[in-house]
Design a protein around this ligand. Structure first.
Ligand code: ZN
Length: 124
């Protein structure tokens, strides 16, 4: 898309906190790779992919993750995260074509809401 999506220095600590408190503990628990389909998004990229207007992806606070072991394993990750991790939002996302992923966010500052949501079914 020709968009410069490099992370601004000021947002790197947010991404580090997301890794430290969510992604790395998940990886350690299941001893397998956590694939990230979307991490930081600059505002231009976020609007290109029709992200939410105040998407936490733009603050370096969110990642969309999936497992190459399939949706059953993804479900196990989800349930484990609900019970064991601190996060701001955890959303089970599905597309009409059957693809599934987890959106997870973590706020380094300002407090985490521990919200567990089921995403609206996305089209396409
Ligand atoms: Zn997301």
């Amino acid at each position: 898309m020709g968009i410069d999506n490099r992370v601004p220095d000021a947002l790197i600590p947010n991404l580090q906190a997301l890794c430290q408190h969510v992604l790395e503990p998940l990886r350690q628990q299941f001893k397998e790779p956590v694939f990230i389909s979307s991490g930081y998004r600059c505002p231009a990229l976020n609007s290109c992919v029709k992200g939410a207007k105040k998407s936490q992806h733009m603050k370096g606070e969110a990642a969309d993750i999936y497992s190459r072991q399939g949706s059953k394993r993804l479900r196990e990750w989800y349930l484990w995260m609900v019970d064991n991790l601190h996060f701001d939002q955890l959303i089970w996302e599905t597309r009409a074509n059957g693809s599934k992923w987890i959106h997870v966010s973590y706020k380094r500052t300002g407090g985490n809401r521990q919200q567990v949501l089921r995403g609206r079914e996305l089209r396409g």
